[in-house]
Design a protein around this ligand. Structure first.
Ligand code: NAD
Ligand code: GLY
Length: 367
């Protein structure tokens, strides 16, 4: 997308909590991007030590005429810091700067900064406005949209959090130029997810454009971000609090979260774990009769082409099962998986432990 192109806009329709997702290049530094935000005296930009030197001053300058004071907080970088102690640094900053109920929080970074800033915004003074400024591909296509906010607990991923919607999501595609290749691949996992669960035409498009996206072709990435946000907006608009449909967005996540917490947060990237988790979930879907082997192979090949791992770590089947029981979708100790019931459609259901063990044996490294 050329620098001068006007932003694309996707609307999340949630009544009085509706908001736009603006997608384009150079948006972050354009004061006009923030024109519709509520007026306030102060803003707090929450970012991390990696993203701050790249983009914090650009954002601060764009906000300077809108707020009397724009404060900046740099958190330590990494999934391992998505915890209570680091969350508390946001409350420390808000209180020490005398931030009030109208203070606007800006989450500048990937999904870790976004999830933590959103949770802080949901709870500071029982709720203050916040804006998502996602700078990773994963955050632009998934985590910044839809209002899930959380921190991890040592016993389970994203276990403590709230549903709390941002006022605006600003996907500045030019920030993707500085993203390390491994992080780009992690974002591709969440893009690939939308095909098998909802839109096989998008899956065809992803297959045709996977090399272009890996090579960071701007128009391919722009289309992928927009279509992903459209699908997520459609699903969240129907089921904001995940009483049913929204669970399909967790395709691959039950296995993936077990990999993340089983190995220790940060060992595998979230998107890597989801990519590999989708391979496992596809095998489970095949055993349950939703898809054939050709479909599993097709999805596996696509995930591999995105530069993602397709073989799970050797945690041991019993450990996987133990970790997956802590998943938020579990009910009365029964693990519930998102599986493909036909290409382009997903459902949530249980599966016999013996079948899950077979899938793990087939998809994981041997001890
Ligand atoms: P991340 O936030 O850890 O960011 C990845 C890395 O890229 C970090 O080191 C970060 O500092 C760096 N980075 C960010 N932007 C950069 C840029 N433009 N240039 C260079 N480096 C940059 O990871 P992520 O993949 O963005 O997000 C993963 C997190 O999102 C997980 O905690 C996951 O649970 C969460 N998530 C939440 C939702 C949701 O709906 N809320 C959905 C999916 C994932
Ligand atoms: N990433 C899953 C969801 O937002 O529901």
């Amino acid at each position: 997308m050329p620098l001068s192109a006007p932003p694309e806009s996707v609307e999340i329709q949630l009544g009085d909590r509706s908001y736009p997702i603006l997608i384009g290049s150079g948006l972050l530094g354009d004061p006009g991007s923030y024109a519709a935000l509520p007026s306030a005296a102060t803003a707090l930009i929450v970012t991390n030590t990696t993203v701050a030197p790249l983009y914090a001053e650009t954002l601060r300058a764009a906000l300077a005429n809108r707020f009397r004071a724009v404060h900046l907080l740099e958190l330590p970088d990494g999934e391992a810091y998505k915890d209570w102690q680091t969350l508390n640094l946001i409350f420390d900053a808000l209180l020490s700067h005398g931030c009030d109920r109208k203070t606007v929080l800006f989450a500048l970074g990937g999904g870790v900064v976004g999830d933590m800033t959103g949770f802080a915004a949901a709870s500071y003074m029982r709720g203050v406005p916040f804006v998502q400024v996602p700078t990773t591909l994963l955050a632009q296509v998934d985590s910044s949209v839809g209002g899930k906010t959380a921190i991890n607990h040592p016993l389970g991923k994203n276990m403590i959090g709230a549903f709390y919607q941002p006022r605006l999501v600003l996907c500045d595609l030019s920030t993707l130029t500085t993203l390390p290749p491994r992080e780009l691949s992690a974002g591709l996992a969440e893009i690939i997810k939308y095909g098998p669960i909802h839109d096989m035409a998008f899956m065809d498009w992803i297959e045709a454009n996977i090399d272009a996206m890996v090579a960071r072709d701007p128009s391919a990435l722009a289309h992928a971000v927009k279509r992903s946000c459209e699908i997520k907006a459609e699903v969240v608009g129907q089921d904001e609090r995940e009483t049913g449909l929204r669970a399909i967005l967790n395709f691959g996540h039950t296995f993936g979260h077990a990999i993340e917490s089983g190995l220790g947060y940060g060992e595998w990237l979230h998107g890597e774990a989801v990519g590999c988790g989708m391979v496992m979930a596809a095998h489970l879907s095949q055993r349950l009769g939703g898809v054939d082997e050709a479909f599993v192979q097709r999805l596996t090949a696509l995930i591999q082409k995105a530069g993602l791992p397709v073989v799970g770590p050797a945690l041991g089947a019993e450990r996987y099962l133990e970790l997956m029981r802590i998943d938020k979708k579990s009910e009365a100790g029964e693990i519930r998986f998102v599986v493909i019931d036909k290409p382009g459609s997903a459902i949530m259901r249980g599966a016999p432990d013996a079948m899950v063990r077979e899938v793990l044996a087939q998809c994981c490294e041997k001890n």
